[in-house]
Design a protein around this ligand. Structure first.
Ligand code: PMP
Length: 371
């Protein structure tokens, strides 16, 4: 069965907007797109005068080589956020086709579903010794029956930090065959030892992998992310995308940011993060007031505290801003701390040590009172 059977029936032969750049015309005087005939004074080399190619070829080639896939398997968009939104829009008929998410998890899957009017099926992560991991049996059951059209898996997971075992992705992909697309969001893959789900694409044409330049590649503001999928599906997503999604300055920066020299630097920095993550994991686990530090394959740690509010405020008082996770399901005592430079990480530890010390006399006094 073709992967196109998982696309909304009404969009399977939808042509989308035909931009001025999609016409294969030749000429040397371009008067077909209502662009200015002169460059803006701030645009020294005139690079921004014309609308860009919808999928800038040099960037596409650089990303295809980075991820080891064909250019026709790649949709370049404005961060993986855009890919998430396009996948929901292309597969889910409002009010009918559902999106499966595994809370606590990155919020944009449910936000895009809500905007599309797609029902959200929640299969909460299980909290066990390995960390926050998917409930594979429950996902398989939900994906194998009912209205689920899109399964979002996050590996390594935000905010839990655990990577999903390849065997679990295979089990979910097998159960979803012919019924739902399985999307593996690998925004943090560079920090992980787990093999990428890209290796499973040969077996499952309904598997989509999301990658981004926002994390390890340090280009969050350039807003470059990709969906890697079967070429027929990529073609549909392109037709659903805005006419010129990738701004020329962003494409240029991303191409430069993927040069061999830049990638070498990126690898060195990822190695520092991995090393610091281990140090922080151990140091945080040893602090008074810390209940649990989840094992992480990403560039952050999820930490449960006896008093998360005190920890959050103590960090803030020293100028360190972390992500408050207390509104997320099952994380009422948790903060997510991104791994920073070694010096920044030291600041986190010293602020949290101070909370522990400040807490001691109170705890001792209350213990005394109770005794
Ligand atoms: N997926 C996950 C799991 C994320 O944590 C994030 C960003 N926080 C994104 C996707 C979005 O990233 P991008 O900048 O590529 O839109």
């Amino acid at each position: 069965m073709s992967v196109l059977s998982l696309v909304r029936e009404d969009l399977r032969d939808f042509a989308g907007y035909r931009s001025a750049r999609s016409e294969a015309l030749r000429g040397d005087v371009w008067l077909n797109a209502n662009e200015s005939a002169w460059a803006n004074p701030a645009d020294a080399d005139g690079a921004c005068r014309r609308y860009p190619d919808p999928q800038p070829p040099r960037l596409q080639a650089a990303l295809a080589s980075l991820y080891g896939v064909g250019a026709d398997s790649l949709l370049v968009g404005r961060g993986s956020d855009e890919a998430i939104d396009l996948l929901v829009r292309a597969t889910c008929m409002p009010g009918r086709d559902a999106v499966l998410v595994t809370p606590p998890v990155f919020g944009m899957y449910a936000v895009s579903a809500r905007l599309q009017g797609a029902p959200v099926v929640e299969v909460p992560l299980r909290d066990d010794a390995r960390g926050l991991v998917p409930d594979v049996a429950a996902i398989v059951e939900a994906a194998a029956s009912g209205p689920v059209r899109l399964v979002f898996l996050c590996s390594p997971s935000n905010p839990g930090g655990a990577a999903i075992a390849a065997a679990d992705i295979v089990a979910i992909a097998e159960a979803s065959q012919g019924r739902a697309l399985v999307v593996v969001d690998e925004a943090y893959a560079e920090f992980s030892e787990a093999p990428s789900a890209l290796a499973l694409r040969e077996r499952f044409e309904h598997l989509v992998v999301l990658r981004t330049l926002s994390k390890a590649h340090a280009l969050a503001a350039a807003r470059i992310g990709v969906a890697i999928a079967a070429p027929e599906l990529v073609a549909v997503l392109r037709r659903c995308q805005a006419p010129y999604p990738v701004p020329t300055p962003c494409a240029g920066l991303a191409v430069a940011g993927l040069s061999e020299a830049a990638q070498q630097k990126t690898r060195e920095r990822v190695a520092v993060v991995v090393q610091e993550r281990a140090r922080m994991q151990q140091a945080l686990a040893g602090l008074p007031g810390v209940r649990r530090v989840y094992p992480s394959q990403a560039n952050f740690l999820l930490v449960r505290f006896d008093d998360a509010e005190a920890a959050f405020q103590a960090l803030l008082a020293t100028g360190v801003v972390v992500r408050d996770q207390r509104a997320a399901p099952g994380l009422g005592d948790a903060l997510r701390i991104t791994i920073g430079t070694p010096a920044q990480n030291d600041r986190v530890l010293s602020a949290l040590r101070a909370v522990g010390r400040a807490g001691e006399p109170v705890a001792a006094a209350s213990r005394g009172a109770a005794a």
